[in-house]
Design a protein. Sequence first.
Length: 628
Amino acid sequence: MCGICGQLYCDRHRRVQADTIEKMCQSIAHRGPDDQGVFVSGNLGLGSRRLKVIDLETGHQPMSNEDGSVWIAFNGEIYNYRSLTETLKKRGHRFQTKSDTESILHAYEEFDVACLEKLNGMFAMAIWDAQKQRLLLARDRLGIKPLYYYFDGEKLVFGSELKSILQAPGIERSVDLVALNNYLTFEYIPSPRAIFEKMHKLEPGHYLTWDGKKLVRHPYWQLLVQPQSQEDANGRLRELMADAVNMRLVSDVPLGAFLSGGIDSSIVVALMAQLVDEPVKTFSIGFKESSYNELEYARAVATRYATDHHEYVIEANALELTEKLIAHFDEPFGDFSIFPTYLVSKMARGDVTVALTGDGGDELFGGYDTYLAQKFDRRFYHWLPKLLKTRVMDSLADGLAPREAKKGPVNIFKRFIQGTRLPSDLSHARWMVFLTEQERSCLFSPDVWHQLARKDPYDFLRRHAQDAGQVDQLSRSGYVDVKSYLVDDILVKVDRMSMAVSLEVRVPFLDHRVVELAFTLPPNMKIHGWQTKFLLKQAMADLLPPAIQKRDKQGFSIPIKTWIRGELRPMMTDLLAESRLRREGFFNSSWVSRLVSEHLQGVENHSHKLWALMVFESWYQSYMESAQ
């Protein structure tokens, strides 16, 4: 696992400076504390920070082929590199190392850009082909590893994180208002946008080339949604998941797993326990607030598989963590489960260098509450008389005060009713939208809203829904979530928080073979009646304690609404002060003050809106005001 960066001038006579690449590398040293490498040749520079996981002695990067005509900077792991290496050796390639990085180099020599289709893994990479004078940037199929780039017609600058790009000279910093609108609506910025104009995320399953004349983006993998009747789906899923977990056990350093007590992480731990000789090291996070605490379920799995289990109970120490964690994202990111993700990563890093996690299971197998809500709306609520919905249900939901519990019937009811107010083609996003159009018009200042009023913040969701094709609603929703929420929220959170402590996290559910199988399943194999993850639970029934099989989806969340009223209150009042907001000019300061007042009084739960605004203001202070 590593962090990569680089710079290419379009003018071949303009030289990249080695000290620029070194600064870019040093800004992401947390991603790779074990080694640094820089390669500069004329108008090109590549940099790498390395966390040693495979081939600890000879895996230095950037790495070249035998004659130095091809160079690579690589972040990630290729799980099938051993079989790929044997294939390439039979074709006459000679290897100098035992690393997965070198297998990519020789695969590129053999297959050109088609080498990407041969790889099973998570990756972001840059390959410089000196003979063709071509730079290739590529990202794995599901977007597990990040890759940003900046292009202004004169230079192409890229990196695993935006902070590395900002080290290069002549980088423009201007806020992309469309990206800001997306962020405040969804708490993340969808690909290919980034918070800065002229900066982009390379989309999953894509590669980018510069050949000296033009910058071209290509897809090399597309997820097909083709639900069909299945025979022995249980057996095929079980076999694929076992193989996916087994492939992700390759490591020359200690390895463990996150264990939340949910179905997905429990399955990963159970499969690991069957494949290794020693007890699996497992790591769990708990809370003092009972409705948020899942430790008893994690313990049930740890006990059954006799794991070497570690627990940490979170207390409200968010104040000292907030600024540190925000800085690791480089752009506003509002999912406040960053706190438990960071803390479980930090705890795990004390014992292991690699951890497996259960992320991805909900999107693939129908695990989210929003899928059930969507089904309930379509089958029942939609048919209620309009007057009953608007005069009774809406009024009741608006009049009920939020509860302190994590979920509960009142909070679920309020969220469900809020979701019914979305356009019908966005009903699947009801649990993931945090600002309505009316609220956005109130939140933004008149000048900003004038620029945004005709911009559709849901355009990326609609685009993905169209790409899914004419399929059932559940399959379409899962596809949209894989392409949006999973890649730009869940995986971003896991990558940044694990890399903040130099921990590599692997995601067996996102083996592309498992993903492809999941999107051939008919909807009744995902949600059967009102039971979520039906096929997954059936296929893995003998691995899971009964208490785990019967659990509803909980989510990896924290009691942020309480923290904002308590320990984080001084930070909120400072960051969202009317004078600050008026000076910056993005937001309507009086409307934000109303949100603050209502939340502190307990009249409404505005935690999502307030936290997202706090994160943006903290980010703006660090990345914009300090740079002026």
